[in-house]
Write a protein that binds this ligand. Sequence first.
Ligand SMILES: [Zn+2]
Length: 184
Amino acid sequence: MSRLLIRNGRVIDPSRGWDEVSNVLVEDDRIAAVAPALEAGDAQVIDASGLVVAPGFIDMHVHLREPGLEHAETIESGSRAAAAGGFTSICPMPNTIPVNDNAPVTSFMVERARRFAIVNVFPVGAITKDSAGEQLADIGAMKEAGAVAHSDDGPPVMNSAATSTKASSRAASACAAFPPVRKT
Ligand SMILES: [Zn+2]
């Protein structure tokens, strides 16, 4: 069993009302104990004095440059940047090249993330084709491929027909047809 003791950090966990200097013992990648006094034993020890120890952050709005601009950033390098900042789940916007407005692009991102990312990557699919604000994208297919939400990022949806009650309810029912994606 691998054991890791994170010692003397300021442990903050709003879900438990914790905000105190304490120790966190991790066994086989699971938190085994949080307490002011824990014996290190054979555990690897990290001194977190002066640092915050918290559950992984989630960023609902990031821009990864893969596919299309891999010279600037890849899903792998973006995931490493996220981890360095304490983020363990990120949701990349669809403004890639091509735009993530269809299932093959979503699947590509999910597969690249599965192989290379070191944090959870939950793609956000476009609402409209090419994020041009005119025609509703195939939201159901993207959802099935692993998109967890839909946005055109910065641009507004220009064509009211794309957001009409009928189109919106079609998109909503397409999303409702699939259960939420969960990664453990
Ligand atoms: Zn954005």
